[in-house]
Design a protein around this ligand. Structure first.
Ligand code: DAS
Length: 425
């Protein structure tokens, strides 16, 4: 095996049996593999035994790479970046083999040089570094506070928020309600495979997120792979995004409406209505939120006495009912009792796609007459976040039903745009 005299960060040319490959050396999760970041932004792993020769084309320069000192490229628009953790800001740990958060921002950003061909990152905030399954509403509030400062900075065209996938839909919904009078794009993005893996999906997601962040789409959107290929992404409205696959690159789908746009690294094709950016608008924070809300998935035979527990601890409950919004009729007496005593109960559907409608089956009419608020085509997770936000507004106490049915951020609509089967999976 030839002597490999280069280090992490160096830009090298490797000679293999049939070709030469240029790239930046990344930290490799396996000792017998050299991991390169190619010009295209993709990573490639090469077995050391297959390398016949190696030449350093450009030494890694610690100082120069210090990201935040990097001179801006005047011809590029500037954005803000908020890093919160998740797989997109993690790498495989050689010790445990698991994925652990990256703590060095320069290391994170040096994995994505292709991002800096599209935008300048003018402002950078890391309010915390957590896997998103550990997030609470306090994290949503911290992200919103960082976002508001950046969005009201005239030098910033839009922002990217990198985030774990597990609760990304909840955070996207929360930001959609917390950031009022939105003036620029707020783009959340993620990765299903850590950035040091040869097949990481992070590069395309980030490049498309950057493309979206400099567009004129003043919406909270989630940008990620549209399918399992590395060709383009969808921009999905934050209140309509749901994680529907535990590991595929196209983990998120837009539910009950078409995505806002198809996004490539170098272009955007808008396919739905969206609010245009306006630098003269000032974003206002509306962070009123009550954590006294719960989300309950109904299942056959569920005992209604659980409502006694929820009534003791919570002010609001979202039920993911069956189909059009049915649950066991034996629950009706307890629904009536606890709603009369002040517990707010909303109905969504565990079918995810489609809407609830209490006027098809008589049992649902009874449930609706008991005071349960049927939320049309609103996603259950979005309804959970929205109910906490509505109940956080003391002044809305007597108007909860009206506010839950009011459309603030595209979370509920009169009609459903049925996706073609091909767009679903
Ligand atoms: N644990 C997952 C999370 O942080 C990792 C990921 O999917 O990004 O949501």
């Amino acid at each position: 095996m030839v002597e490999l005299n280069f280090n992490k960060g160096d830009y090298v040319r490797l000679r293999l049996a049939l070709e030469e490959i240029d790239g930046q050396v990344l930290e490799s999760p396996e000792s017998d593999i050299v991991l390169l970041k190619l010009k295209s932004g993709y990573n490639i792993g090469i077995k050391k035994e297959n390398i016949l020769g190696a030449r350093v084309l450009r030494k890694y320069n610690e100082e120069k790479a210090k990201f935040l000192k990097r001179e801006e490229r005047k011809e590029l628009p500037s954005i803000g970046l908020i890093i919160t953790g998740g797989t997109i800001a993690s790498k495989a740990s050689q010790a445990t083999g698991g994925v652990k958060p990256i703590t060095d921002v320069d290391e994170f950003l040096n994995y994505y040089p292709e991002l800096l061909k599209i935008v300048n990152i003018k402002k950078l905030e890391i309010p915390f570094m957590v896997f998103s399954e550990n997030m609470t509403s306090e994290h949503w509030i911290k992200i919103a506070e960082c976002a508001e400062k950046m969005l009201n900075d005239d030098n910033i065209k839009g922002i990217i928020i990198t985030h774990g996938t597990d609760t990304l839909g909840y955070s996207a919904a929360a930001l959609s309600f917390f950031l009022r009078n939105l003036n620029k794009p707020v783009v959340l993005t993620y990765a299903q495979r850590s950035i040091d893996r040869a097949s990481s999906d992070a590069s395309l997601n980030l490049q498309c997120a950057a493309r979206m962040a400099i567009s004129d789409c003043a919406e909270v959107v989630l940008v990620g792979h549209a399918n399992v290929n590395d060709n383009f992404c969808y921009a999905i409205r934050g209140t309509r995004a749901r994680k529907l696959h535990s590991s595929r690159r196209d983990a998120f789908k837009s539910v009950n409406e078409k995505p806002i746009a198809k996004v490539w690294k170098d272009k955007i094709e808008f396919i739905s209505q969206y609010k245009r950016s306006d630098e003269n608008r000032k974003v206002e924070l509306d962070l009123a939120y009550s954590d006294k809300v719960a989300l309950l998935k109904f299942y056959p035979g569920q005992d209604s006495s659980i409502l006694d527990y929820y009534a003791l601890k919570y002010k609001g409950l979202v039920i993911e009912g069956f189909g059009l919004g049915q649950i066991n009729e034996s629950w009706i007496p307890k629904l009536k009792k606890h709603i009369k005593n002040g517990l707010v109960i909303c109905m969504t559907s565990q079918t995810i796609f489609g809407e609830v409608n209490p006027y098809v089956y008589s049992s649902a009419r009874e449930i609706e007459r008991a005071g349960v608020i049927y939320l049309g085509n609103m996603l259950a997770e979005t309804a959970f976040v929205k109910l906490g936000w509505v109940l956080g507004h003391y002044g809305w106490k007597m108007r909860v039903r009206e506010k839950m049915l009011e459309n603030f951020a595209g979370e509920i609509s009169e009609r459903i745009e049925f996706e073609r089967e091909s767009e679903l999976y």
